[in-house]
Design a protein around this ligand. Structure first.
Ligand code: ZN
Length: 221
């Protein structure tokens, strides 16, 4: 299998949360899975590390990136800057066909939510944000937003509350209403609120590693 395909496979497993933050990516196992040698796998892992999806440790090898609280806040700050600023452009370019695409996407999100498959649901709801950037068509912004959305998936996997999902078809339906009304100030305001809501629903606290004092466990009483 060629490196670009292996990259895609691992990347989508991480974005789709089949591989959770912190999981070790063992070179031998990946080499066997994809039928290539370890050098190829190592090269793919380096590219994934460059794209901030994987972290390379000197001793432990590669693990799925576990974003820090600071990183999470920076990713959301960047999303606010870009996604809110895109509002006038989105309103300017959106025609009936784009509105139909957005509405179809929201219907898909609703289907995914009722399937109780959180990974699928999240993938669909994140896709909505990329789709908005795609409407505008600036390839630099699309690539940047895709990276931010992948990192957002890792952040959500690491810090979400199990019972809360604010990036959902309900909020997205509201955004579409502003686009249909050609209200760019309304869209900008609603997008800002949406992103703030998503961030405030996360539990952004650095989790200390669980350290167990083995001596206390085996201490003679
Ligand atoms: Zn959303």
């Amino acid at each position: 299998m060629d490196e670009a395909l292996i990259y895609q496979e691992i990347h989508s497993a991480i974005a789709g949360r089949r591989l959770q933050p912190g999981v070790r990516l063992v070179e031998d196992q990946l080499a066997e899975t994809f039928g290539v040698n370890r050098m190829r796998i190592r090269s793919v892992l380096r590219t994934l590390a460059h794209d901030k999806v994987v972290t390379l440790h000197r001793n432990r090898g590669a693990v799925v990136a576990h974003p820090t609280v600071r990183e999470a806040k920076e990713v959301f700050a960047a999303r606010r800057l870009i996604e809110v600023a895109l509002a006038p452009e989105i309103v300017r370019v959106a025609d009936d066909e784009s509105l139909a695409r957005l509405r179809a996407h929201v219907r898909e999100e609703r289907r995914c939510e009722s399937s109780n498959d959180r990974a699928r649901e999240l993938h669909a709801s994140h896709g909505f944000h990329t789709l908005l950037a795609e409407l505008v068509g600036n390839r630099v912004i699309i690539a940047f937003l895709r990276e931010l959305m992948t990192r957002s998936s890792l952040i959500t996997a690491a810090y979400e509350r199990p019972d809360v999902s604010s990036c959902s078809h309900k909020a997205h339906g509201e955004l579409i209403r502003f686009i249909a009304k050609r209200d760019s100030a309304g869209l900008a305001g609603a997008m800002l609120q949406h992103l703030q809501q998503i961030e405030s629903d996360l539990i952004l606290v650095e989790r200390a590693e669980v350290v167990t004092d083995l001596r206390s466990i085996f201490a003679r009483r």
